[in-house]
Ligand binder design. Sequence first.
Ligand code: FMN
Length: 381
Amino acid sequence: VDIVEWLTLADVEHAARDAVDPATWTYIAGGAGSSRTVDANAAAFDDLWFVPRLPAEPLQHPDTSVSLATSTLPMPVLLAPTSPQRLLHVDAELATARAAHGAGIVSIVSSDSHYAFPEIAEAGSGHCWFQLYPYRSREDMAAAIELAECAGAKALVVTVDASYPARRLAAKRAGFCTPAYVDFGTLRRLGILTGDVPPDARLERLALTWSDLEWIRRRTRLPLYVKGVLHPDDSRRCVEAGATGVIVSNHGGRQLDGSIPALCALEAIVDSVGERCEVLLDGGVRSGLDVVKAVALGADAVCLGRPYLWGLCADGERGIRAVLRLVRQEIADTLRQLGVARLSTLDPTVLARSDDHRIRLISRAPHAASLIAAQTDWKSR
Ligand SMILES: Cc1cc2nc3c(=O)[nH]c(=O)nc-3n(C[C@H](O)[C@H](O)[C@H](O)COP(=O)(O)O)c2cc1C
C-alpha cells in the first residue's frame, strides 16, 4: 500500500510486512512464548467502548496537548525504546529521532541503539530521552548515564522487566539471527561491546533490584521513569524511590508470556500513584482511539512501539511521520466525536466496558473498580 493510502496503522503494518524478510518480521512482531500477551495487549483495548456525549460548545479543533515533567507535547504519545532499528532501515534511530522531533514529541532511545546516543540526540535536536539497560556493573551504568546527560537527554528511563533473557520462541523458530551490519553504537562507545553483536541481539545484563534503582536515582538529576511496572505496590515503591513516572508495560509481550495486558494493569496503578507521579503506558496501542482510551483511564501519555517501527520499515523518517500524523488525526477526531474539547479533561465516563457480553458504563471513579451495571444485553438485542 502506498503511503498516501495509509488510512490506519494496520495499512502501515501491511506495507512494512511486505518490505522485510519473514524472520526479521517475526522478530519484530513476535513475543515471548506463544505471544499470548502480545495479542492480549491489543485485544484489551477492544473491550472498551466509547460513549459519545453532546458538547456545550461547537468543537472545531480539540486540544490534544499534554504537559509532562520534561515538556508539553502536542499529543500524549512518545516513541518507546526499541532495538535493533537498523534491521528495518539504514537511518535507524536517526530517522526516528528526526520524525519525533518533527512531530514535536519525544523519542526514547534504547541503550542498544545502532548509532551512538550523542548522534541520535543531535538528530532529535535534544528532545530525546535515554533508556538504560544495566550492563556489566554499576560503573558501566554510571558511564552510560553520564554519556546520556552530556548528550542532553531530557529524562532517563530504566527498564526493569528485561534483566533476564526471554524465550522468544517465534523468532527462534523463524531462524532469526542478527545480521552483521547491525551495531550497538552506544555500547561500543562505552566499551561495553567490543566484538560482534550477538546473534540474538542481546548482551548479558545485571539482574536489577530495588537497591540498584535507588542507586540510579542518586546518580542523576534527570527525571527518572521506571519502565515495566505492572503491580500497584511496585508503582508505590517507585515513587518512594524518587521516580518522576512509571511506564506500565510488559515489554510489548516480549519478556514473560502470560503477563497481564498492560491496559488491564493501568487502573490499579493510576489509583495507587496517579496523584503522585506520571503514569505512562505502552503495549498494544494501535490507533489514536486507543490513545484516548488509555488517557481516559488515567494514563498521562502512551508510548508506541511496533507501529512506528512499521513506519520506519516502510518508508524511514517519512513513514514514521505518516504514522504520527495519522495517530494525531485519530485522537482529534475521537475527541470531537466524544464531545470533549480538551484531552486533559478526559475522564473514564466516556468509556463503557464489555463484560460477559454486557456493556457496562464506567463511573467517574472506575479506579475503585466501581462499574455501574447498565443497559441491555447487547448480544441478545
Ligand atoms: C523490536 C522491539 C525491540 C524492543 N527493544 C526494547 C529496548 O531496547 N528497550 C526497552 O526498554 N524496550 C524495548 N522494547 C519494548 C518497547 O519499548 C515497548 O515496551 C513495546 O514495544 C510496546 O508494545 P507495542 O509494540 O505493542 O506498542 C522493544 C520492543 C520491540 C517490538
